[in-house]
Design a protein around this ligand. Structure first.
Ligand SMILES: Nc1ncnc2c1ncn2[C@@H]1O[C@H](COP(=O)(O)OP(=O)(O)OP(=O)(O)O)[C@@H](O)[C@H]1O
Ligand SMILES: [Mg+2]
Length: 358
């Protein structure tokens, strides 16, 4: 298994910048995800690692080998494209065998390897089926087997679940993770779906507008977002502008637009944020940290909407300038009605200070 290092990689398409200054080190055996909205540069970055695009600036290494300008077929990578790119007129066996035929391996070896790959993705006995005779999930697994059969050093997956319905998506996600753990293969996964990214990844690179926003474990990205973009893109959050009133050794006091004064821990801040009196900053407050009743940082609001999900109750609570998303774990107690005035509070630890997006 190989590590992948991108050193200050930039890709320009004429005037358009695809990605800018991508600097990451993906460890050997790691499950690493590129996450971000449409057009943020995920596929561009993946294609440079695959060797289908070459960087305008910067270098790419597999372990210590400089592959910046090495062609795709000389990199030993397995890739699953978003639309699978299977050959519809060929059988499952022929599709999986394709990469091995190109390498001119003996027939017997090809047969053994293809059968092993079929087994890996639970498609034993499907060898003679045509691609058109398979379900979406089965086609997805053929694409995966075709990428794995060449025993790649690195597996690249570009939105591999996007064509599947919710249930198959779930099943295939578990399957991909199982395979990755079993084979220990360095895997780079592209998605715009934060749930998929969180549940699969060892680490995630969050991207926006061609730039890295944050690299970290799912917990780091969720609990300690580097900026406003990450805080709003990952999970639900109440993001609001605030003015710094007081900066203490441990605590910071701010005023949000409503005139509401809140106090939080200074350490609960994105790494590059500095505080000074009068400065405008942003707060990120997760719906699940807000608690009913009196307590620190308490405020009153009017219930606009309630939704009972079984495990939790989700509310929208209106104050003068904001609509607060609140999530309370269901304990069986009465649920307030729409129009009720309720008191809520935010434990100090639930306030996270973030800088504006880059
Ligand atoms: N071949 C190309 N020529 C010109 N511009 C391109 C080319 N490929 C990508 N771009 C531009 O580079 C930027 C990044 O595109 P990219 O395909 O990497 O986004 P993405 O994150 O994969 O988006 P999606 O989630 O929609 O697949 C976009 O602005 C896109 O228009
Ligand atoms: Mg893409």
């Amino acid at each position: 298994m190989k590590s992948v290092r991108l050193e200050h990689v930039t890709k320009a398409f004429g005037e358009v910048t695809g990605v800018e200054d991508i600097d990451i080190h993906i460890r050997s055996g790691e499950f690493f995800t590129f996450l971000g909205p449409s057009g943020c540069g995920k596929t561009t970055t993946l294609r440079m690692i695959a060797g289908f695009y070459f960087p305008t600036k910067g270098k790419i290494y597999f372990d210590d080998r400089d592959v910046t300008h090495v062609k795709a077929n000389k990199r030993n990578i397995g890739m699953v494209f978003q639309n699978y790119a299977l050959f519809p007129h060929m059988t499952v066996f022929e599709n999986i065998a394709f990469g091995l035929e190109v390498r001119k391996l003996p027939k017997k070896t090809i047969k053994e390897k293809v059968e092993r790959a079929q087994k890996l993705v639970h498609l034993e006995g499907y060898g003679s089926r045509k691609i058109t005779e398979l379900s979406g999930g089965q086609q997805q697994r053929v694409a995966l087997a075709r990428a794995l059969v060449i025993e790649p050093d690195i597996l690249l997956l570009d939105e591999p679940l996007s064509n599947l319905d919710a249930k198959l998506r779930e099943e295939t996600r578990v399957e991909i993770k199982r395979l990755q753990v079993e084979l220990g293969i360095t895997t780079i996964y592209v998605t715009h779906d934060q749930h998929e990214a969180m549940s699969l990844s060892d680490r995630i690179m969050v991207m926006n507008k061609g730039k890295i926003q944050q690299v970290g474990t799912p917990q780091e990205i969720y609990n300690r977002p580097a900026n406003r973009f990450v805080a709003s893109f990952i999970g639900e959050s109440n993001i609001m502008e605030a003015t710094v009133l007081e900066v203490g050794d441990d605590r910071v006091t701010v005023e949000v637009e409503d005139g509401l004064i809140l106090q939080g821990w200074r350490k609960n801040a994105s790494p590059n944020l500095t505080f000074s009196k009068g400065k405008k900053i942003f707060l990120s407050i997760r719906p699940e940290v807000i608690e009913p009743g009196e307590g620190p940082n308490s405020f009153q609001g009017t219930v606009q909407f309630t939704e009972f999900s079984g495990v939790s109750i989700n509310y929208l609570v209106k104050t003068a300038k904001h609509e607060w998303k609140v999530m309370v774990i269901n304990t069986g107690s009465a649920i307030p009605s729409i129009g009720d005035r309720i008191t809520l509070h935010i434990p100090e630890n639930g306030i996270y200070f973030v800088e504006d997006e880059r």
